[in-house]
Structures are given as C-alpha cells and as structure tokens.
Design a protein around this ligand. Structure first.
Ligand code: SAM
Length: 450
C-alpha cells in the first residue's frame, strides 16, 4: 500500500517536536477509535508548521489501517487498556502504523511514540508502549501473518463493510477495498472564467508542479503529488479549486439543461461545502439558490463563493421541508444527497469506523424524503440530478427505482453513452479508482411536461 511518507526527522533538538506531534495525533485519534468523533476539521495548527504533514499522515494513515493495527495491538497487549486510556491505545496504534507503513526511523517511531505518553500525563504507559513496539519490531512478519488470516484485517475494512460491498459488487468488491486503502489523488477544477485547463497546466509547470488532464471532467487536472493550496498559482484569486473528478461531472450532466437558458433558476438543495455550487456558477449564468441544513458548513459555501467572485442566494434550511422556498418553481434541481460516503472512504477513512450498518437504511429513508419533497418544486420539463458519493445500491440505483415507481411523471434522462462509470439501473455508477476519480452515483430525471 502506498502511503504519504513525511521526511525523516533526524536533526538534533527535534525530539520535543516529535513527542508533541505524536501526543497531538493521539488526542485527535482517541475520539475516532472510540467511535465518538471524526477527523473532519482536524486542527493541524496545534503542531509546529514543519510537523503538519507528519501530523496528518499519522492521523489519516492510522485511521486507514485501523483494522490491522487494532488486531496487532490485541496480540501485543497482555490486557487491553481501560476505556479512559483511549489516548494511550491511540499512541500504540500510531506506533504500529509508523513501524509498518511509514519510512520513519524505527528508533524514532518507538522512542517518540512511547515517550509521548508523558505529554498525555500518563508516564506509566511509556514502558508498556516501548515493550509492545519493540516486540513488533522483532516479530513483525509472524504477527502480521497471524492477524491477516482475518479478511477484515487483510483488507482493512470492518466485516459489515466487506459484506455490504461484496453483496453490491460481487466482481469488484476487492478492487473497491483496495482503492479505498490508497489515499486519493489531489484533483483541481479550473475556473473557466479565468482561462482553460491547458493554460493552467502551463502555469503549474512554470511553478514546478506536475499535473495531468483528467480523462472525463473537462475542467479537471490531477496533480502528480498533493500540494498545499497556497502554492497553487492563482488559488487565492479564485482561478482554481480542489474537487474530485467524479464531483465535477455534475456540471457535465446538468450542462444540457443550463447552458441554453441564461438566468435559469436552479436549486442546489444540499450544497455545502459548495464545490458543485461554485462549479455551476463558474460555467453557467444562472440564478442559483443554495440550501443546506448545517450552518457551519453553509458558511464555507459563502467563503468559497467570495474567493471565486461568484454569487448565489444562500439559505440555511431543511430540504425535507419547504420553509426556505419562495414559491417559484425551479428549472433544475441538484440533489447531492447526504449519504454513507462509501465512495470516498479513501479521503475520509474514519467513515469505516464511524458508520454503523443501521445508518444505511436511515440515510436511504432521508434521501427518499428529500426526493419527494423537492420534486414538486421542479417546473414541468425541468431536470433533477440526483447524486451521492456512495457505492451502495440502496442509496443509488435502488433508491431511484423506488422513486420512479411512485412518481409517474419522472422520466429518466441519464445518458447511456458516457465514457465514465457504468450503467447501474437508471443511473450511472463510478467506483473509486486509484490515481483517478472517487466513487459516485448520478441519476438524471426530467419532469414530464404537463
Ligand atoms: C454530500 S454533502 C453535499 C456536498 C456539496 N453538494 C458539494 O458539492 O460541496 C451533503 C450535504 O447535505 C446536507 N444536509 C443533510 N441533511 C440535509 C437536509 N435535511 N436539508 C438540507 N441539507 C442537508 C449536509 O449538511 C451536507 O452538507
């Protein structure tokens, strides 16, 4: 498995920072491993600038490889840590992750991880952690072979996820798991109001940044290696944004309804953090209303539109109700529905730990309510694009099949001849691809003219 590997730390005087970054990572991970919190909004400012890449690599990498790390921890520990010592357990997992996956000198991985227990106020754990990690160094191959008998460990997914993926994709589930275990590439979306992607590719080359054109998204470029957005030419001026290739296909699918209708009234019903809102506004002269029920996420839409110099009507609202609607019908509706995120596990590996099997029917029910509530707001002849970043049919093809069965005036217009994804019922399914796009689903529906 390829993992981002931070530069080795060897300089004198870096030990204190080495301890601090591991203690910070343990604090960030403790809520995730106990299923109580996520990595969203991970605050890397609690560590010094030169350790931020290491901090992120530790947190995300440990989450990504959790099933194997936990199985090894179970073998290494004579008895599990108490529930109140989840931060110490996190340190052990971090230490195992470093030894197995990162090119960090073993003495630093062991010494600085065990030593970080002191910064957590738990000096007693230093010896235990040292002992476990040293044993792993000596017996790594045997211990890994032992735990890897369990497919959940070997494929780094909890059993229920494996079952759901195998059931949905009998021929592809292994490839999906493998793609989920590799960090996704960093893909950019060029703001066409400032030029095309070929021009931007040249600007990147001039800045010494290697990139290639996306195969399917006409505004997309994928970087050969992730970069801080601050180093991207024109980022602050709104010339470019970060957005996966799959997500950019929204504009391809809505384009035929929007391009010929300047001023079209468009609803983006679950808009935050605003990637698709912004893309549509960059490409089409439309009157866009963007709604989201999460005020904090909605604020991010506002920031993004400000950076890009774009405007929309933003409303905090619940799209299963119509409190926010002014009574004027929409020419097009984008419903990028809340979902399991099963297509973007490689970008949000904490999903594997935080989702529960019962979340899937609960989300499917919410998606159905959103569809039923929004459909009447579409004018006859208008288009609704349903999207999820899920690979589970219950949220995707089956969801749309059920909607069509109860909505006779809905006509499927999902194009059958796209070079991307595969036909899935009346929609199109993309599965996550290493070095390319995320997992995503689209179904395009038109309201039969009255
Ligand atoms: C998949 S994300 C949308 C991503 C966004 N379209 C983009 O491209 O950046 C789903 C969004 O739905 C919002 N959401 C969840 N339930 C909602 C509801 N009942 N009404 C409105 N928004 C909702 C969430 O807050 C979340 O921001």
């Amino acid at each position: 498995m390829s993992q981002a590997t931070p530069a080795p730390r060897s300089r004198e005087g870096s030990r204190d920072n080495g301890l601090a970054v591991r203690a910070a990572a343990a604090r960030a991970l403790a809520p995730v491993i106990t299923g109580k919190g996520s990595l969203t909004g991970l605050d890397d400012h609690q560590v010094v600038a030169r350790d931020r890449a290491l901090f992120k690599a530790l947190c995300y990498g440990t989450c990504r490889t959790l099933p194997r790390l936990e199985a090894l921890a179970g073998t290494l520990l004579a008895k599990p840590f108490k529930a109140r010592d989840a931060d110490v357990q996190a340190l052990l997992l971090l230490g195992i992750h470093q030894l197995l996956y990162l090119r960090i000198p073993a003495h630093a991985a062991v010494g600085e991880t065990a030593g970080a227990a002191r910064l957590l106020g738990k000096e007693w754990a230093t010896r235990v952690l040292n002992g476990c990690l040293r044993r792993l160094q000596r017996e790594s191959a045997e211990l890994q072979a032992e735990v890897d008998h369990d497919p959940a460990v070997a494929l780094l997914h909890p059993r229920w996820w494996l079952k759901a993926l195998r059931q949905a994709w009998p021929d592809d589930w292994r490839a999906i798991c493998e793609a989920n275990n590799i960090p996704g590439p960093m893909t950019l979306r060029i703001n066409r109001r400032h030029g095309d992607r070929e021009m931007y590719l040249e600007r990147l080359a001039a800045a010494g940044i290697e990139a290639r054109l996306c195969a399917h998204a006409p505004d997309g470029l994928t970087l050969e290696a992730p970069r801080d957005v601050e180093v991207l030419p024109g980022f602050a001026e709104g010339h470019v944004s970060v957005q996966d290739e799959s997500a950019q296909l929204t504009a391809v699918l809505l384009g035929p309804s929007l391009a010929p209708r300047p001023g079209a009234r468009v609803l983006d019903a679950c808009c935050a953090p605003g990637g698709k809102t912004a893309h549509l506004l960059e490409l089409f002269d439309i009157d866009l209303q963007a709604v989201d029920s999460d005020a904090a996420r909605l604020a991010r839409v506002e920031d993004t539109l400000t950076r890009l110099g774009l405007a929309a009507t933003l409303a905090e609202g619940d799209a299963t109700t119509r409190d926010w609607w002014d009574g004027t019908f929409f020419d097009a509706i984008l419903l990028d529905a809340p979902c399991s995120g099963s297509g973007v596990i490689r970008r949000h590996p904490d999903i594997k730990r935080l989702r529960r099997p019962s979340d899937i029917p609960r989300l499917a029910e919410l998606q159905a309510r959103l569809l039923d509530n929004l459909w009447p707001l579409l004018r006859p002849g208008g288009t609704l694009l349903y999207a999820t970043c899920s690979v589970l049919p219950e949220e995707n093809a089956e969801q749309i099949e059920r909607f069509l069965a109860r909505t006779p005036e809905a006509v499927v217009t999902t194009p059958a001849d796209m070079a991307w994804g595969r036909a899935a019922g009346t929609g199109r399914q993309l599965l996550p691809q290493p070095d390319s796009h995320d997992g995503f689903f689209y179904a395009r529906l038109e309201k039969h003219p009255a």
